[in-house]
Design a binder for this molecule. Structure first.
Ligand SMILES: Cc1cc2nc3c(=O)[nH]c(=O)nc-3n(C[C@H](O)[C@H](O)[C@H](O)COP(=O)(O)OP(=O)(O)OC[C@H]3O[C@@H](n4cnc5c(N)ncnc54)[C@H](O)[C@@H]3O)c2cc1C
Length: 307
């Protein structure tokens, strides 16, 4: 791979700790970590990986990921700041997948465009947000995404209308299908009052600070909302607030968050999640489903021979 990286000019690192790139601050080394700066570089990288039989995984800003302690034996492709252009035309915003949701929402505010205030405090990229259909405070990306540009499994650039993107609670066609990589999205917003938009964003940020343990590394809500209830409420009634495994803890401030109190490993978080899931099932009869995604940790994290 080194030869490809040197020749192609794709930014890369060897044996890069994933803990540096995840909001949990957890994760062993990626054998290779790459940040393409364009769809062209990304497609060339994917073609080379295919030719060499090297496996890969994709990440955005790492805010919904729990990376394995063993790291990842192939190539971690991060769609990040090198692919984060934003442009505005009338009430439409087009942003590349690596643009942070906070920046896209801020740009909308600066242009007096309303509809994206809910996303301002979500610490992910637009690509990760579209993939997960990220949402908060009654808004979801599905409400504003008009079009998504992506590379399909055959590395062809494609576009899909928002209404065809299979958005449901915390999922999309991209998540269901895997193998596709989101390049950019166009959002349709409405004209609004800049000061009112800024005020709403400040209020929502205040609510986050008050309710969420933002002072500790985490990946946000660990579990999805079960039908008709809240994971945090169930975890709290089971008396699990403050439960610890190693450096991982059920937040005292918000039971829906597992936090890294310092030195937590992926194994700690997984063991804690299993305890939570088992207790909530035994006492409340509800099966919690994880929202946080695992990166790596497959059968063989020892790397492929062709690297
Ligand atoms: C403090 C905190 C608060 C949070 N609050 C919220 C909230 O209110 N609402 C909410 O919905 N989430 C919340 N989250 C979770 C997280 O921020 C969102 O899920 C976000 O959308 C993840 O984006 P990301 O770029 O970080 O994706 P990552 O965590 O990097 O990746 C998540 C998944 O998306 C895939 N992916 C990322 N980019 C692409 C791409 N370009 N193409 C294809 N696949 C891609 C990855 O392969 C992975 O499977 C919170 C997290 C934290 C730490």
């Amino acid at each position: 791979m080194k030869e490809f990286f040197e020749k192609s000019g794709v930014f890369y690192r060897e044996n890069e700790p994933l803990s540096k790139h995840t909001s949990f601050r957890i994760g062993g080394p990626a054998r290779w970590y790459a940040e393409p700066d364009s769809a062209g570089q990304l497609a060339a990288l994917l073609a080379a990986l295919r030719e060499k039989g090297v496996r890969h995984t994709v990440m955005g800003n790492g805010s919904n990921l729990l990376a394995s302690d063993a790291g990842f034996g192939g190539v971690v492709i991060a769609i990040g700041s090198r692919m984060s252009g934003i442009s505005v035309e009338g009430c439409r915003i087009r942003a590349e997948a690596g643009a942070l949701l906070s920046r896209v929402a801020h740009t909308a505010m600066e242009h007096g465009l309303t509809g994206l205030e809910f996303a301002h405090g979500i610490p992910g990229s637009l690509g990760g947000g579209v993939f997960m259909n990220a949402g908060a405070y009654g808004g979801e990306l599905k409400d504003v995404v008009r079009q998504v540009e992506y590379l399909d499994e055959e590395l062809r650039p494609c576009t899909l209308r928002g209404e065809d993107a299979g958005f449901v609670y915390r999922s999309s066609l991209f998540k269901a299908r895997r193998g596709t990589i989101i390049l950019a999205a166009e959002l349709a917003l409405q004209q609004g009052d800049r000061e009112t938009i800024a005020q709403t964003m400040r209020e929502l940020a205040g609510r986050r600070r008050e309710k969420q343990p933002l002072e500790y590394p985490s990946a946000g809500s660990t579990f999805k909302r079960p039908e008709g209830d809240y994971a945090a409420r169930l975890i709290e009634v089971c008396g699990l607030k403050g439960l610890r495994v190693g450096g991982a803890e059920v937040s005292q401030k918000h039971a829906g968050f597992v936090i890294n109190r310092g030195g937590a490993t992926c194994a700690d978080v997984l063991a804690l999640c299993r305890q939570i899931e088992e207790t909530v099932w035994q006492r409340c009869g509800v099966r919690l489903e994880r929202e946080v995604e695992l990166l790596g940790g497959g059968a063989a994290e020892d790397g492929a021979g062709t690297l």
